[in-house]
Write a protein that binds this ligand. Structure first.
Ligand code: SF4
Length: 457
């Protein structure tokens, strides 16, 4: 069996499964957020009764993160629905925006977008917050009401996005009927060259197979090249499996995984035991690709979908704005590489920076390079940095969302993960996906730029 099949077989109580089998699996964690949480709760109450209790209050994680820093009252109300439900059900892992358990969330537009407006428990973007708060464990099953739930495949976990109806069912029963996906094999060899990042690996792979090339399939990344990648890099790659239509992503378990997971579960007092899965000799793959990481170059996915691959060096296209943020590209390591390119220089187009979580804001504001913090280096370079960590303009959002594209014709280079028309706002705008380094170099020149000529620092 492949790694994915092994986890699914165990979760179904079977000795083996194969691609195409329909099986009932037990969930270890169900995650939802402010956009899909109210709908999921509605389905749960409708189907199980208004006084029903969730299947396991310690296995439900609720993370408001999407439409948070907006004056849109309906979006604010969604956070209140999550708070009421968490209180009613005794759900501990609700990462509220505010500290007052009986309060109401209202974004203060007068204070503006840049200064933090959240309480001490707010966690930021769900997929980045889940592992950081100790909710991702090797060998487990994670369902989430968000397509990028596949990011937790970085931890040798079966993690996939589901709709509100399925999530309402999981909320009531802890189970879900799923079809075992076929597995595609991506063997990574060698090491990335300076100026090339994990984002370039996944943009390369999606470019090979197209934006629907992995539809309802597992994408397994392994080999020496994968084991050499940091956990953040693995998260970037796993995150974008869905951009090729993938059901889930999967990495092998190793000492880096153990170190990361063990530290986070200890810090947060979450469940500390887990059972990873290891590779068999008899894996059956439906597709195989060997990627020599040393040959990859800075890559861009052009408008209008993540499969439109080009090399940055072959493009000479003018841009209007640059954006770094999201679960894919808003981690501390992403901002470090972004800052390395921008240090001591000035951007020439509107450039926005949105850290994925409050902890990342703190990292950037407390790490000094010489006399300046990384945060200050970015501000000095002209980047508009917000402390309000969250999804922000990654998926457009209400019109007052920080960094949202509100004008047609804008061309934006972005470290986010999705670029279908209208993704970051206006339907007539265009989004070009790239690594944080490529975004930085492009922000310095105002056109798509290969970052390898800007690695001086
Ligand atoms: S940052 Fe973007 S991709 Fe990630 S969860 Fe938020 S909206 Fe989705």
């Amino acid at each position: 069996m492949t790694l994915t099949e092994k986890i699914l077989a165990r979760a179904a109580g079977k000795t083996s499964v194969q691609a195409g089998d329909n099986i009932w699996v037990n969930a270890d964690v169900l995650m939802t957020h402010d956009v899909c949480g109210p709908g999921t709760i509605g389905v749960f109450k409708r189907e199980f009764g208004k006084d029903a209790k969730v299947w396991d209050k310690n296995k439900i994680v609720i993370i408001p993160d999407h439409y948070i820093f907006t004056a849109d009252s309906k979006s604010n109300r969604n956070v209140d629905i999550l708070r009421d439900f968490s209180r009613e059900q005794g759900i501990e892992y609700f990462y509220d925006v505010i500290d007052d358990q009986n309060g109401h969330w209202v974004f203060d537009a007068v204070k503006g977008n840049m200064k933090r407006q959240y309480g001490s428990r707010y966690a930021g973007v769900c997929h980045t917050a889940l592992p950081a708060k100790g909710h991702t464990r090797p060998g487990e099953i994670l369902f989430g009401t968000d397509s990028h739930t596949c990011m937790a495949g970085a931890f040798n976990q079966f993690a996939t996005g589901i709709g509100n109806t399925d999530a309402g069912f999981v909320m009531g029963t802890g189970k879900l009927l799923i079809k075992v996906p076929e597995t595609m094999h991506f063997r990574l060899e060698g090491k990335l060259q300076p100026g090339v990042m994990a984002k370039d690996i996944i943009l390369h792979c999606i470019g090979e197979i197209g934006f629907d090339g992995a539809t309802y399939r597992a994408m397994q990344f392994d080999g020496e090249g994968a084991l050499n990648l940091s956990i953040d890099d693995r998260m970037t790659i796993a995150n974008m499996a869905i951009e090729a239509g993938g059901k889930n992503a999967m990495f092998e378990f190793d000492s880096r995984t153990a170190e990361y997971v063990d530290a986070r579960v200890k810090l947060n007092g979450t469940k500390s035991t887990y059972e990873p899965v290891a590779r068999d000799k008899n894996e059956k793959f439906v597709y195989e690709l060997v990627v020599d990481l040393s040959k990859l170059e800075p890559t861009v996915a052009c408008h209008p979908d993540p499969g439109q691959r080009k090399k940055a060096k072959d493009m000479d296209m003018k841009l209007d704005r640059a954006y770094v943020g999201s679960c894919t590209g808003g981690k501390t390591s992403d901002f470090v590489e972004f800052a390395r390119v921008l240090r001591g220089k000035k951007v020439v187009i509107d450039t926005f920076g949105v850290p994925a979580t409050p902890d990342i804001v703190n990292d950037l504001q407390s790490t000094y390079w010489g006399n300046s913090t990384i945060w200050q280096i970015l501000v000095d370079a002209g980047v508009q940095m917000t402390e309000n960590a969250g999804c922000a303009a990654c998926l457009g959002g209400p019109v007052d969302t920080f960094g949202r594209i509100n004008k047609s014709g804008i061309k934006c280079i972005s470290a986010t993960n999705r670029n279908f028309p209208g993704r970051m706002g206006d339907k007539e705008s265009q989004v070009f996906l790239a690594s944080p380094m490529t975004v930085a170099a492009s922000a310095l020149t105002g056109k798509v730029t290969d970052p390898r000529g800007y690695l001086g620092n």
